[in-house]
Design a protein around this ligand. Structure first.
Ligand code: Q0Z
Length: 286
């Protein structure tokens, strides 16, 4: 019997079935920018993101149970419970960025949340808002309002994922803020177990599923530098690249700087050394 059967590919991750009840989520070192995966990898990026997710799963299990069963010794592979995934992306925004900023400019609202007038790009919101989106198989997720989300998961389940998503975001954003990282927004994916209990799945509160901003550079009124990807973006902007496939190769100094930023985020948020994580992933995150 094969050890694992490939079931899905994401832009930078692969999903395998281990048995009927268990999946293996493998994070590669691939990086995407402007929605294009680059040919150059960032060494250790997959281990950093896997470790960060596992850290948050361990720290938030009293808020919501999660799919994590264990980490493989490679540090990049997560064994997890197979869930029945809900067909919505559960986005929480604490700041006005990305599609939230675009929707606000056009309508004054984001997913039915009417916001005060006169907000600037990247402004902090009066309080975090839950802004669900549909899962697009190709292209971009589409923001939806409460009624559309309730049609997809039911009104009671929607109320539950909203409450839990906001609680997870509040917990993580307060923790990150104290370490000099702003989590501008983040996307959760939930599923149901056999007893229809809501379970947090996928990756959680990583720089790939969130906007991490360096707090000491925060200047509302414009787009903010990304904690992790800014060197890559800045380099790509020097090329006059049209942001269509294929993406450019990235030089080694940009790779090294970007790798250092991922490791810095891991070490700040987990208060543990990345080398210790690599030596024993399970022990570090307990
Ligand atoms: C996650 C995805 C990836 C491609 C399905 N615990 C779970 N149970 C059932 N399904 C999933 C999970 Cl995490 C599940 N995805 C997203 C991840 C590659 C797609 F690594 N799809």
């Amino acid at each position: 019997m094969p050890e694992a059967t490939h079931v899905a590919s994401g832009k930078v991750r692969e999903l395998y079935a281990l048995d009927p009840d268990r999946l293996l989520l493998v994070a590669s070192d691939r990086i995407s920018t402007f929605d294009v995966v680059l040919p150059t990898e960032i060494p250790d990026k997959g281990r950093v993101l896997t470790g960060l997710s596992a850290f948050w799963f361990a720290r938030t299990k009293e808020i919501c149970p999660n799919h994590l069963l264990g980490l493989r010794p490679d540090g990049r592979s997560t064994e997890c419970r197979r869930l029945e995934m809900l067909p919505i992306e559960c986005v929480v925004r604490g700041f006005l960025a990305g599609s939230g900023w675009k929707d606000y400019l056009q309508t004054g609202a984001v997913c039915g949340h009417h916001l005060p007038g006169g907000l600037a790009e990247s402004d902090v919101l009066p309080e975090p808002i839950f802004t669900p989106a549909t899962k697009a198989t190709t292209g971009h997720d589409m923001n939806i309002d409460r009624d559309q989300a309730a049609e997809l998961v039911g009104a009671d389940r929607l109320a539950e994922v909203e409450r839990v998503s906001l609680a997870l975001y509040r917990f993580a954003s307060e923790h990150a803020r104290a370490q000099g990282i702003l989590i501008a927004d983040t996307k959760f994916e939930f599923g149901l177990d056999d007893d229809e209990i809501l379970v947090l799945g996928d990756e959680a509160l990583t720089p790939d599923s969130s906007r991490f901003w360096p707090a000491d550079e925060y200047r509302p009124g414009a787009g903010q530098p990304s904690f992790d990807k800014q060197f890559v973006r800045d380099y790509c902007e020097t090329l006059g690249w049209d942001k269509t496939e294929p993406g450019p190769e990235v030089p080694e100094d940009v790779v090294a700087g970007t790798r250092a930023r991922y490791i810095e985020a891991f070490e700040r948020l987990t208060s543990s050394s990345f080398d210790a994580y690599v030596a024993d992933p399970e022990v570090v995150l307990r």
